[in-house]
Design a protein. Structure first.
Length: 364
C-alpha cells in the first residue's frame, strides 16, 4: 500500500486505530511510545527498535532535565509510523489527535525513515511529551537545554547581547519569540533555560499559550517595565555566577577586563582630573600622591580575585598579578616597579585570552 493511502486511512479515523496491514510494532515499557514499521516483514529489527530507542532517549532526557515524570499509560501518547522508504520524501509529518476519551496522541509519519530530518523528528517527539499548546520555539529551547555545553553557550551569547545593550525589551521578547537559526537560536535556549531554572514547564503545559503570562511567571512582575528590570537583575546574577567551573569564556574575560578600573569610594568625591574613576595606567602617574587613588586601589585589590574564582587557572593567575599591583599602588611603591607589575598582569590576562581563542578555533 502506498504511503498516501496509508496517510489518508489514518487521517480519516478520529480515534486511534492501527491499519490491518501493520505487521510489526514496538512499544516502550511505559506504553507512551509506539513505533509501527512498514518495512520488510522478513527483517526482525527494521526501523522499529532504533526509532523506539531514539524516541525513548529524547523523552528520557526531557523528563530528567525538566523534572517531568514518565508515568505508565494505557494508550500511547506518541505513535511513529516508519514507512517503507521507497520514496524521496524526507519530511517528518505530524498529526496531533484527541481521542474520544479526551486523551491526546501525536502521530508522526516518516515516509523515508532512513533519511528523515532528525531535528524535525526530535521536535515532534518533544511536542508529544510536553503537549500541543507550546510554541515551536519552546520545543527548540527544550532541545538546546538537553546539552549542558549548548546551554552554557546560549547563556554566554545572551549575556553578550545584554552587556552591549542589544537584548530586546524583555516582555516583547517573550511575546514575539520565534524559532531561530544560527547564533540567534541562543535566545530560545536561554529563555527555556530560565523556565527550567524556575521549574515552570509544567505550568506552561496547562492551558493556552500566552507570552504575556510567561513574562509574568519568569519575573514575578505584572508591569512591563518591572519585568524588564527583573530580567536585567537575572542576567546580572548570571554574569556574576560561574557558568562552568574551571572554564572561562570570552564573555567572562571581557567582564573581568571591564572591571579593571578604580572608582572613588564615595559617590560625590572626585578622584582624578575631576572624575570619579581612572584606569590602572592613569593610577601610575599619580606617584602615590593621590590618597583617593591609593584607597580605591586597596579596595579593588580585595575585589579582583573574587572575579576570577572558579574561572580557570589562567584568569586566576592574572587576577593574582593585578592584586599585587593594586596593593603596590595602595602602598605608594616606586612607579617603575608598579609599571613592571602592571605589565606582568596585562600579559597574564592576554595569555587567558589567547588560550580561549585557541580553544574556540579547535571547536570550529
Amino acid at each position: 500500500m502506498r504511503f498516501a493511502n496509508v496517510l489518508f486511512f489514518l487521517a480519516a479515523s478520529s480515534a486511534f486505530a492501527e491499519p490491518a496491514i501493520a505487521p510489526k510494532a514496538a512499544v516502550s515499557t511505559d506504553g507512551f511510545i509506539r513505533v509501527v514499521a512498514y518495512d520488510d516483514a522478513r527483517d526482525e529489527v527494521g526501523f522499529r527498535l532504533p526509532i523506539l530507542a531514539f524516541a525513548g532517549k529524547v523523552i528520557d532526557a526531557v523528563s530528567a532535565t525538566f523534572e517531568l515524570k514518565r508515568a505508565k499509560v494505557k494508550e500511547p501518547g506518541l505513535v511513529i509510523y516508519a514507512m517503507e522508504g521507497r520514496t524521496n520524501d524526507t519530511r517528518v509529518l505530524l498529526q496531533p489527535e484527541t481521542r474520544k476519551n479526551g486523551s491526546r496522541v501525536m502521530k508522526i509519519f516518516l515516509p523515508s525513515p532512513g533519511y528523515s530530518s532528525l531535528e524535525e523528528l526530535r521536535m515532534g517527539i518533544v511536542r508529544s511529551f510536553v503537549g500541543p499548546n507550546l510554541p515551536d520555539w519552546i520545543l527548540q529551547g527544550i532541545l538546546r537545554c538537553l546539552d549542558a555545553d549548548t546551554r552554557r553557550a546560549d547563556q554566554r551569547f545572551v549575556l553578550t547581547l545584554w552587556s552591549s545593550g542589544r537584548l530586546p525589551f524583555f516582555p516583547a521578547l517573550c511575546a514575539d519569540m520565534r524559532v531561530a537559526k544560527g547564533s540567534a537560536a541562543a535566545l530560545p535556549g536561554y529563555l527555556v533555560g530560565w523556565i527550567r531554572e524556575k521549574k515552570l514547564i509544567s505550568r506552561l503545559m496547562d492551558g493556552e499559550w500566552d507570552g504575556k503570562r510567561l513574562a509574568e511567571l519568569l519575573t514575578d512582575e505584572t508591569e512591563p517595565a518591572l519585568q524588564d528590570r527583573a530580567s536585567d537583575e537575572h542576567l546580572a546574577r548570571l554574569a556574576r555566577s560561574v557558568l562552568e567551573p574551571g572554564e572561562c569564556g570570552i564573555f567572562e574575560l571581557d567582564m573581568f577586563s571591564s572591571r579593571l578600573f578604580l572608582y572613588s569610594p564615595y559617590f560625590s568625591v572626585k578622584m582624578l582630573d575631576g572624575r570619579a574613576m581612572c584606569s590602572f595606567r592613569e593610577a601610575l602617574d599619580t606617584n602615590g600622591s593621590n590618597l583617593m587613588v591609593r584607597a580605591a586601589a586597596f579596595l579593588k585589590a580585595h575585589e579582583v580575585p573574587l572575579y576570577a574564582i572558579g574561572r580557570g587557572d589562567e584568569l586566576q593567575a592574572a587576577a593574582a598579578a593585578y592584586e599585587r599591583f593594586l596593593l603596590g599602588v595602595a602602598a605608594g611603591e616606586d612607579r617603575a616597579k608598579l609599571e613592571d607589575m602592571l605589565n606582568t598582569a596585562d600579559a597574564r590576562l592576554e595569555v587567558a585570552y589567547e588560550k580561549r581563542r585557541k580553544d574556540d578555533n579547535r571547536q570550529r
